[in-house]
Design a protein around this ligand. Structure first.
Ligand code: C2E
Ligand code: CA
Length: 478
């Protein structure tokens, strides 16, 4: 002020004016820098550092004005499939790069929308209502644009990866905060099969209530022995004998009757209940194994694991204790895991798998062919068995198209070609007839499992005339 007031009276600055100006400029710079820092801190507190998009807090603040105006906005939630697999196979840097590129594509696909990252591979957008366009119609068009931009492979520095997303859409309701609307969109997302956005309906929350009830029934089922295991033989083609069985859970629900695992395993997997669930079934399977051994039947038993089991560092000790309690050798236990089980939390899973292998348990990779795993990647895992997914084996059936049949044969042949080098045993799953059995034998598979050999059945239904038997030497050694 002082300097400015004097500007009209004098053409030059005296020495002390310059000093004053410098001091003022200094203060101004400090003030600007603190304001910038404060701004930056406020920005950082509300934005995701990786993609620069607002996080949930930031998005909620930005969307607040939309929620208080006349027409509530539509919101969209999306999760990327397979981001975890990209992390595991190509490394975290590639995973991060993919998220950054996807964030840019989302911004391009949704001009004018508020786009944010909720965490992990989960993104969200709030769409401001547009005059004359019904909010739902607008949201579905936006979702279609998102799917379209995600259709093209994402070019990372190390590789090109394709990604798909699951999308859920919901309309905000009067009085909602953004979190309420996002929760509904997320409920809708969980019913998406990846082939199009799903719009939230209130019946989905009823479905949720049903699931909560089934979950508490399942908790009770563990204590009251409603869960049982069926066993499906694995036929070793070189021996012509059943050398193993896979344990598959069944639930005799008091009100709903016999439930198949697809109805309740994913439910258990979505909570910590899967831990006691798996340990309960492991105990049942090992006691059955002991009973077979006592009867002279020499089969190994395969138990299915879930991602949470494999991420638990205590798993090897729990398995060792269960083996000791049942009095059966670790070499007779196989643990089956899917690619996504291993990929989910790769860094934690690998040491657990290594310790399991070290105690003598066989690890088997289920559903092989459906995910990203390359054989060279598998080489780094202590896996000894690969189960070719049923969807490929089905390609060998007489009714399959020429294309499916060529793909199936190529996948199986390229896998079995490397089995000796990688020390792997190859199992064909879902073999339903004799012709397919012959085809997989020709293609180099070692073991077959499927309805043609036997359907899963209770332990006392196992045809022991087809199984390997303990030799006198084995019996003496025990
Ligand atoms: P999975 O591990 O891939 O198990 C094989 C499934 O294929 C079983 O279904 C079996 O009955 C079925 N199957 C076997 N042979 C054939 C065939 O020739 N044709 C056809 N169409 N299907 C065949 P199930 O018993 O309904 O189990 C479904 C899934 O549930 C299993 O798939 C597994 O992922 C999960 N599951 C089953 N038991 C357990 C368990 O104890 N723990 C965990 N974590 N998951 C389990
Ligand atoms: Ca399995």
């Amino acid at each position: 002020m002082l300097v400015a007031d004097r500007l009209g009276e004098t053409a030059t600055f005296a020495r002390h004016d310059i000093a004053l100006l410098q001091t003022l400029a200094g203060h101004l710079a400090v003030a600007l820098r603190s304001a910038w820092l404060l701004d930056r801190q406020l920005h950082d507190a509300r934005h995701d550092a990786l993609t620069g998009l607002p996080d949930l807090v930031g998005l909620s603040e930005l969307a607040a004005p939309l929620l208080t105006t006349g027409v509530p906005p539509a919101v969209l939630v999306l999760t990327l499939d397979r981001a975890a697999e990209v992390n595991a196979v190509l490394g975290h840097r590639s995973g991060d790069e993919m998220l950054q590129l996807v964030a840019r594509r989302l911004e391009l696909a949704l001009p004018g929308a508020l786009v944010g990252r909720l965490g992990g591979e989960e993104f969200a957008a709030a769409l401001a209502p547009r005059d004359g366009v019904p909010a739902l119609q607008d949201a579905l068009a936006a979702a279609a644009r998102v799917e379209h931009v995600l259709d093209a492979p994402v070019q990372l520095s190390s590789a090109s990866v394709s990604t798909t997303a699951r999308l859920g859409v919901a309309l905000a309701e009067p009085g909602d905060d953004l979190g309420d609307a996002l929760r509904r969109a997320d409920t809708a997302r969980t019913s998406s099969d990846g082939t199009g956005a799903v719009v939230y309906t209130t019946s989905m929350d009823e479905g949720r209530a049903e699931r909560v009830e089934l979950l508490s029934d399942l908790r009770r089922a563990l204590d009251t022995d409603q869960l049982m295991l069926h066993y499906q033989p694995k036929l070793d083609l070189a021996f012509g004998l059943v050398t193993g069985v896979e344990a598959l859970v069944r639930w005799d629900h008091p009100r709903l009757g016999r439930l198949s695992p697809d109805r309740f395993v994913p439910l258990a997997e979505s909570t910590g209940l899967v831990e006691p669930f798996t340990h309960h079934l492991l105990g049942v399977a090992l006691r059955q194994l002991r009973a077979w051994q006592d009867g002279g039947v020499d089969v190994s038993v395969a138990v299915n694991l879930s991602a949470r089991n494999v991420a638990n560092p205590a798993l090897p000790d729990l398995v060792a204790a269960a083996l000791a309690q049942a009095g059966v050798p670790a070499t007779r236990l196989t643990l089956e895991l899917t690619e996504s089980t291993v990929m989910g939390d790769h860094a934690r899973a690998v040491p657990v798998l290594e310790r399991l292998a070290a105690i003598g348990v066989t690890l088997s990779l289920d559903d092989f062919g459906t995910g990203y795993s390359s054989l060279s990647y598998l080489q780094r895992l202590p896996v000894r068995e690969l189960k070719i997914d049923r969807s490929f084996v089905r390609g060998l059936e007489a009714t399959a198209s020429a294309e499916d049949s060529a793909v199936a044969a190529a996948l199986i042949r390229s896998t079995t070609a490397l089995k000796d080098a990688l020390g792997l045993r190859i199992v064909a799953e879902g073999v339903e007839d004799a012709d397919v059995l012959e085809r997989v034998r020709e293609l180099g598979c070692d073991v077959v499992q499927g309805y043609h050999v036997a359907r899963p059945a209770a332990a006392d239904q196992l045809d022991t005339s087809t199984t390997r038997l303990l030799t006198a030497g084995d019996a003496a050694a025990r």
